[in-house]
Design a binder for this molecule. Structure first.
Ligand SMILES: CC(C)(COP(=O)(O)OP(=O)(O)OC[C@H]1O[C@@H](n2cnc3c(N)ncnc32)[C@H](O)[C@@H]1OP(=O)(O)O)[C@@H](O)C(=O)NCCC(=O)NCCS
Length: 199
């Protein structure tokens, strides 16, 4: 099994969509939970690729993307951009009164139709990230390597902190971030914001 890490390329986008969908249920497969399989990526992956793809790395198993890390160095500007440039298109494609959707899909639609600043919490530091790996490459230190390489990219921009917003149901991810030196910020329910200093 040959696992490699490289910068994102535009041809990876369908893999990113699949990886996002297959990890969208608090880290597990959400394929059966969506009528429209692109919704998770439209919210949690594609915006970052559109805003700053230079901060996306992919992990390939035998040259096929099986995981990614992506994020932003400036959450405030990114959230502003989401609200004014990204979400208007999604709001027209996915109307709030869409009838054919599952309960999980409904919660994603609600997010699309909620102002971005209110669902991001207050960013505790400029940079944040998302990381998702398919089961075939989990627990082989690929996630650790992706986070460390992502941090190196941030350091090149003189950034010394990064945060993640972790579902409280995703206990494996919380343990992963804790193992990597992230600590939980108090009073951030229902999601848990974890932050790492690396100056
Ligand atoms: C969470 C995730 C990014 C971790 O990446 P990974 O490559 O599997 O993790 P690593 O192999 O680098 O793990 C490093 C350490 O973190 C801890 N850890 C990682 N995954 C864990 C899990 N599921 N349960 C408990 N501890 C875990 C362990 O201490 C591990 O060291 P060990 O294997 O020697 O015990 C990956 O499993 C994943 O993408 N899961 C599905 C999607 C997801 O949950 N994304 C995060 C959303 S916030």
């Amino acid at each position: 099994m040959n696992i490699t890490i490289r910068p994102y390329q535009s041809g990876d986008i369908t893999h990113v969509q699949q990886i996002c969908l297959r990890t969208a249920a608090s880290g597990t497969d959400a394929t059966t939970l969506f009528f429209n399989s692109s919704i998770p990526a439209e919210l949690f992956a594609f915006p970052y690729l559109s805003y700053d793809a230079s901060l996306c790395l992919v992990a390939c198993l035998d040259n096929i993307p099986h995981g990614y890390i992506l994020g932003t160095a400036d959450s405030e500007k990114f959230i502003e951009w989401m609200e004014h440039k990204w979400l208007p298109r999604l709001r027209s494609i996915f109307p709030a009164d869409t009838v054919s959707c599952s309960p999980v899909e409904r919660s994603f639609l609600n997010l699309i139709h909620t102002p971005a600043p209110s669902w991001f919490n207050s960013p505790p530091c400029p940079a944040h990230l998302h990381i998702d790996l398919l089961p075939a490459v989990q627990r082989q230190r690929v996630g650790s390597k992706l986070v460390n390489q992502f941090i190196k990219l941030l350091q090149q921009q003189n950034i010394s902190q990064v945060y993640v917003d972790v579902s409280p149901r995703n206990r494996g991810a919380k343990q992963f971030y804790t193992a990597l030196g992230f600590t939980t910020l108090p009073a951030t329910n229902p999601s848990s914001v974890m932050i790492k200093n690396f100056s």
